[in-house]
Design a protein around this ligand. Sequence first.
Ligand SMILES: Cc1cc2nc3c(=O)[nH]c(=O)nc-3n(C[C@H](O)[C@H](O)[C@H](O)COP(=O)(O)OP(=O)(O)OC[C@H]3O[C@@H](n4cnc5c(N)ncnc54)[C@H](O)[C@@H]3O)c2cc1C
Length: 485
Amino acid sequence: MKDKSIWLDGINRKKFSKLSNDIMCDIVIIGGGITGLSCAYFLKDLKKKIVLVERNKLCTGTTAKSTGKLTYLQDDKISKIENIYNKDKALLYLNSQKDAISLAKKIIIENDIKCNLDSVNSYIFCTSHQNKNKILKNYNLLKDSCNIKKKKNLPIQTKCCNSLEVNDTFVFHPVKFVLNLSEIVKDKIDIYENTNISSIKKDNDFYLLKANNKIIKTKQVILACHYPFFLLPYLFPFKTSLEKSFLAAGVVEKTKPISAINVDKSVISLRYHKDKKNFLLYVGETNSLDNNVNNIKKRDKIIWNIRKNFTPLVEYCWSNYDILTWDYMPLIGEIDNNMYLATGYNTWGMTNGILAGKIISDLIDNKKNKYSELFDPKRNINNIPKIINFNIQNSFSFINTKINKNKTFYYDNVKIVKENGVYYGVYIDEDKKEHKVLNLCPHMKCSLSFNYQTKTWDCPCHGSSFDVDGNLLYGPASHDIKVSK
Ligand SMILES: Cc1cc2nc3c(=O)[nH]c(=O)nc-3n(C[C@H](O)[C@H](O)[C@H](O)COP(=O)(O)OP(=O)(O)OC[C@H]3O[C@@H](n4cnc5c(N)ncnc54)[C@H](O)[C@@H]3O)c2cc1C
C-alpha cells in the first residue's frame, strides 16, 4: 500500500525552473493549486506581465489530495448558510457552485483536457435517524432550484436512513486538470516552481515579494496559497479554522457513476475512479489537527473501514487539510489595495477554486461579478464563541506539544533528543542515515510531531509540515526549519 494520494501516482509532469533573479511584473499569483492555475487561466489574455510562483511542484498541495468531486450538493452546507444568513444568500451560493461546474465543463471541453471528467449522480445522506430533518431541510430549500429527488437508500452498500439525489454533477482527476491548465497558460504566464514567497511588503504603489532571496516587484498580488500566512495583520487566523481528513482508495470490481457525502457528525464521503484499475475512494476520520498517535490510529481506522465494508485491496492512503470559515462560505476577493485572496473553501475547493479564478480576474479587469459581494473576504465573519473555542483548542495543542514533546511514542527510527537545552527531532532512514532538525515550528514555535504516514514533521497546532530535512512542505509556516549542524 502506498502512503500517497492516488492522484499523484504515475503523473507525467513538465518541470518549471526556480526563480533565480530579481524581476518586475504586473501580477504575481502565489500558489500552483487549482486556485492559482484557475486565476492564471482566466487572466492569461490580459495584456499584463503575469508570474505564478509555487513553493514545491505544481499541484502537489491540497488539490492533489482531494476527492475531485465537482458538485453543488455539498453535505448540508446550503441549509447552514441559510441558518446564518437567509434563503437568498443560500441560493446565491448554490447558483455560484452550479456556475462553477459549468465553467469547469466549458474549460475542459474547449481545451480538450483529458482529466477523467465523468458525469455522476451526487447524493447527500444521513446514517442516523436524528439527522433525517437535515436532509428534509435541504430538500425543501433546493427543490425549486434543482432537479432533486428524495431517496430511501444509496446505490452503494453503506448505512443510510434518508438521502437526496441530483444528476447534473461530475467527478474528475484534479491533478490532470490543473497540470493541463499549466500547459495552456505557460506561453503567456511565467511559471516558477520551488520558489517560496517568504514575505510581502508594500512599497508605494508596488508590492515587494521575497522569493528564494530574490525580489519580485509587482503591482498586484493574488494569494492562492491555501493558508496565507502573510495575513496575520488581517486577523486571518481568527476568521478560519483547519480540518483534517483521511482518505483511502481500494480496488473494486466495478465503478459506479455516483458520488456521496453524509450530513452526520462523523464524515463519510465516497466516489469511484476508473484508471488501469477500478477504485473506490473513501474519506473519513475528520477532525481538527492532532498529534502523531492519533494520526497512526486514524490511518489504521480508515484502512480498516474500507477493508471491512468494501474491499480488502487498499492501495493508497493519505490525508488532507482544508480551511473552514465560520459562515461556511469562501473568502474570495480584494483584501487590500491590489492584493487578492482566495481560500476558505470549507472542503469544496474544486468548484470554489475555479470560481475564484473567474471572480478575481473579473475584479482585476474591472468587470462586474455577481458573486464578488457574497464572497468578499472583508465581510464580517467573526463568530466569537467559535473563535474562542478554536483558539482554546489551539492553545491546548501548543501547551500539549511543550509538555509531551519527549513523551510521544515513536518507533526506533524516530526520536526526540535534547542537546544543550534544545530539542531536536531525529529520523533514521532505510540506509541508516540520520536526519536531524530543530523540533520547533518556525510559525508559532509549537513542537513538531513525526507523521509516519508521510514521513514528515507536522505541527499539531496549525498544520505546517516539513520533510525529514526540515524543508517546508505546507504552510502557515513561511520557511524551512533549521537543520542541526
Ligand atoms: C479530505 C478532503 C477532500 C476534499 N475533496 C474535495 C472535493 O471532492 N471537491 C471539492 O470541491 N473540494 C474538495 N476538497 C477541498 C479542496 O481540496 C481544497 O479546497 C482545494 O484543493 C484548495 O485549493 P488551493 O489551490 O487553494 O490550494 P492548494 O492546492 O493547496 O494550492 C496552494 C499552493 O500554494 C503553494 N504555496 C503555499 N504557500 C506558498 C508560498 N509562500 N510561496 C509559494 N507557493 C506557496 C502550495 O505549495 C500549494 O501548492 C477536499 C478537502 C479535503 C480536506
